[in-house]
Design a protein around this ligand. Structure first.
Ligand SMILES: [Mn+2]
Length: 439
């Protein structure tokens, strides 16, 4: 995370400008001087970059920039095409709202839509923290102060995307995570603190008057669908003040089909919280990952089956416990299927996860259904199914074979790696190219 000489506030994960510099040094940035239209064209370019794991585009000359527009960084936390550097942008990252009593300041990422010259419609949904805090302000009959900071320290962006526990302030969490306090500055019009090196800051209030609503949407969401004409009633968010740095750069994510920030951040961060919760409750979970191929609606949990056998439990008991633990907690809100796999399965390799799921998890017999928990409204099969979009539809899939609970695996894997003696494998590999078999 940088050398010892770099001041803390110039480290890539603590400063958006330094972060862009690190992408440049990593040869992971395309600086575009050509004039591009911020209306649709920039979005289309970012979308195609995400679908091809291209370098992050920095639009230096958006049409109209001479007037009021900013430079734009697209795909700020998407994937790299080089398989050894796939999560490079996320790695570079690691290194807004108070309660009435100011005991809790929440930083989160939400979708919002420009609904007037000084107005936004923002999707605020139960049980998100922004919703919880808004309830407190509503109870007092006061509008909620609010700030939207863009181009913040990348570590703060990561923390804002994590399903942290209720009452935990993301700004403080960043300090604990990185070992550095974030420099903050008070907003011009309210008491909220925002990162001092933010590129752009909007500030204002969110109306607590239930009648004061705007229509938000339609929006191309993280699962890769747009429903034309679909709008949600949302509270009116008023913008009183906009401040920005000289030559400000606006980070832009363009959600849709694989792979963009809505998958790279929502998925692995939820998986990390789920793994921690399972471990805190004494369960032998080693690794957790939301396969991107599941559009991050699944989480695969790798189980230490030596410890599983010591527990002397059954699939029914284990799956029921995992369902209660994960589906009735905020960390599991976005997840609709949990797949339990054994030690031999790499949860970061989708081919591994699918092999286990398809060969070890028997339909009906290995599926444990949870239909009374909070559903993830945004998944098309919930929002556009013929049932209550807010409830249930979740499953724990037991892809652990009976032997893994009892005496240990009793099979040998039918592949090159496990099926042949070392001397034969070594000889095959050594002569592979010579035989003309190289790919
Ligand atoms: Mn929060």
């Amino acid at each position: 995370m940088g050398d010892n000489k770099t001041p803390v506030n110039d480290l890539p994960h603590m400063n958006f400008r330094s972060y862009i510099g690190s992408l440049r040094n990593d040869n992971d940035l395309v600086e575009i001087d050509t004039e591009v239209d911020p209306y649709l064209e920039v979005g289309a370019i970012i979308r195609k970059v995400c679908e091809t794991d291209g370098k992050a585009p920095l639009f230096k000359n958006p049409k109209g920039k001479r007037g009021h527009l900013f430079q734009i960084l697209g795909a700020p936390n998407s994937l790299r095409s080089d398989s050894t550097q796939r999560y490079g942008r996320l790695a570079r990252h690691l290194g807004l709202l108070p309660t009435c009593d100011a005991s809790w300041t929440n930083w989160s990422i939400a979708r919002g839509m420009n609904t007037g010259p000084d107005q936004l419609g923002v999707l605020i949904a139960k049980p998100q923290h922004i919703w919880q805090i808004q309830q407190q302000w509503k109870a007092e009959g006061k509008d909620m102060p609010w700030a939207l900071a863009m181009g913040v320290p990348p570590a703060a962006t990561m923390a804002a995307g994590m399903p942290l526990p209720d009452g935990c302030s993301e700004g403080e969490y960043v300090g604990a995570m990185t070992g550095h306090a974030i420099d903050v500055v008070k907003c011009e019009t309210n008491e909220l603190l925002v990162p001092a090196n933010s590129e752009i800051v909007f500030e204002g209030t969110i109306s607590s008057d239930a009648e004061d609503c705007v229509l938000e949407g339609p929006f191309g969401e993280m699962h890769g669908y747009v429903y034309p004409g679909e709008r949600h009633k949302s509270p009116s968010v008023r913008i009183d003040t906009i401040t920005f740095r000289d030559n400000a750069i606006l980070p832009v994510s363009c959600p849709g089909r694989l792979t963009d920030e809505t998958q790279t951040m929502v998925g692995p961060l939820a998986a990390a919280e789920i793994r921690q919760r399972c471990q805190d409750h004494g369960y032998p979970v080693v690794e957790a990952m939301t396969p991107f191929e599941s559009q991050v609606t699944w989480v695969a949990l790798q189980i230490d089956t030596v410890r599983l056998r010591q527990m002397k439990t059954t699939a029914a008991k284990l799956c029921k416990s995992f369902g209660e633990l994960i589906f009735h907690h905020k960390c599991g809100l976005t997840i609709h299927r949990v797949v339990l796999v054994g030690d031999d399965i790499d949860v970061y390799n989708f081919q591994d996860v699918m092999w286990a799921f398809c060969t070890r998890c028997c339909p009906i017999k290995d599926e444990y259904l949870f239909d009374d928990c909070q559903a993830f409204l945004l998944i098309p099969y919930m929002a556009h199914g013929n049932w209550n979009p807010l409830k249930g539809g979740k499953v724990i899939s037991n892809a652990l074979l009976a032997s893994e609970y009892m005496d240990g695996p009793d099979w040998e894997t039918g592949d090159f790696e496990h099926g042949y003696p070392d001397n034969v494998k070594d000889r095959v590999i050594a002569r592979w190219d010579e035989m003309g078999l190289h790919t």
